[in-house]
Design a protein around this ligand. Sequence first.
Ligand SMILES: [Zn+2]
Ligand SMILES: [Zn+2]
Length: 677
Amino acid sequence: MTKMFKIALPDGSVKEMPEGSTPADVAAAIGPGLAKAALAAKVDGEVRDITRPFEGDAQLALITSRDEKDALELVRHDFAHILAEAVQNLYPGTQITFGPATDDGFYYDFAPTAEHGPFTEEELPAIEEEMRRIIARDEPLVREVWTRDQVRDFFEKQGEAFKAEWVMELPEGETITMYRTGEGEDAWVDLCRGPHLASTGKLDPSAFKLTRVSGAYWRGDPKNPMLSRIYGTAWLNKKQLDAYVVRLEEAAKRDHRKIGQEMDLFHLQAEAHGSVFWHPNGYIIWRELEAYMRRRLDSAGYLEVKTPQLMDARQWEKSGHWGKYRENMFIVPDSIPVVPEDEEDDTPVICDPDADLMALKPMNCPAHVLIFNQGIKSYRDLPLRLAEFGCCHRNEPHGALHGILRVRQFTQDDAHIFVTEEQLVDEIVAFCDLLDSVYRDLGFDSYAIKLALRPDKRFGSDAEWDHSEQVLRAAVAKAGRNTEEFGWEELPGEGAFYAPKLEFHLTDAIGRTWQVGTIQADTVLPERLDANYVGEDGQKHRPVMLHRAIIGTFERFIGILIEHYAGKFPLWLAPVQAVVTTIVSDADAYAAEVAAKLAAAGIRVESDLRNEKINYKVREHSLKKVPLLLVVGKREAEEGTVALRRLGSEDRQVVMTLDEAVAMIASEKVPPDLRVN
Ligand SMILES: [Zn+2]
Ligand SMILES: [Zn+2]
């Protein structure tokens, strides 16, 4: 008698299916529409091939293109296999290695033959064509279970040294699966965990694009051979691909490095890897932002402090950073090193082996506890909110750096709030409200809140972690923001080593998200550094320490602002707010008068009296994203007026008296927190 399995479906119904049947059979039993739409299956929560037979009773959910996240991952992995098959069809002798799905597509690493050498971008169109032929053949993708030795023998026979090496490192006895694309002699086989779609014809041949080629070391190790990595982007349909391409083009136009140069905001150079040279224009944005944040913190009851850049290694040992964070710290010996006298001399720099070690601070937290620990604190002093625009250094690998978004020297809008257990939830609610108002002031209407839960490498007991995670949950609920509107979500394993954290992710003008704000409730550091206060009962108690930031770091946040606004800053942040320019040189004296009046009203103004065509000047100032142009000629000089043009509508101008213009600009440039409505 055939054994029957009970297959439970998401709607609560149960289907009896004979042993040997597959999720595809269930889909077919439900209806032909679903049979066609189903791409893969979630069996007891695990994504699997739709043609893989059930092994017993199971919970089944069928995955269709509506389950976008799962569907995209499957499709991208399929494309990676098809890319590898196409490359081997076109370039026999090329060896395959690995090819995972990525956030926007896939890549595959190849070892090209010595005669061919690395792949080039010119070859991508031909490879795309071959991939489309494989899709058109609608080849089945079949999962097979092999033994380790079978796999090794197979790859050795095929001349696939990388795959043969890799498979022997898999634990013995582990189920090893191979995926076969196509049938018979021409079948293409790859070692793969899967899952995959049932056949190549399930992919949309117009929904992918090979994008670029780069070098990558075998297993990421520079001692290993250099491979040739081909990247692609892949989507469920052409519409999604087109939207993605538009998004990329839009992002390239907004690139903060490009705009930073056009507006003369900052530069970077190799002599200071990952540290920003702020030019006058860029530093105006910084100063406005810092002044704004300082006003917001002052009125929210924070006290500003400044703490040392360098501290003794022993202090970092006490705080726990030396053990868990040292690889990210810049360490400095507290002695004068012996440096060779001239360039010829190749003796190495010698440091006194007994010298004390200092480290540049990678974060401000321990220093703030040291301030808290000065003198006796009472429960009446709490909550104590210590804020610092703290300059920190972290030793990030060069490859991880990116413009001013990923740097090694950065300044946080950092603060630590020392509270009693009872004050915790309300203090986090107050933080959520402050942050909400800051983001809206800075032009972001949409952001998401996520709770990053305990990581594997951590301090503290499970009970402490249970408690601190629960406090953050409760506070977001009390703030009324644990909702879909705020993208509320929990992220297992992503907390810091000393505490879980709330993360605040901004959505920018083109729909990208950026994590900037955080708050973490920490009991570990107060314990390690012995912080305490005298409670109402006259006894010593440990405060809880909230680590929090709203904009994160000035460097990265200004980078985000540049891309969000595409350089077209609101007036209060614009480095140059207005340019006075002339049509004819006999208005020069009047232009100087206009500029002087604007400057006297605190407006950042420049004059452009060059003997150039007005259209030329307009174009130039528009490239520099100057928000307001005041054009003056003979007539304006006689009548005491200006012709005002706004960035983005340069061909339209409004004529007004000089006094009206000054009053209007002066009121428009008021930062959002100082406006009286
Ligand atoms: Zn695979
Ligand atoms: Zn901190």
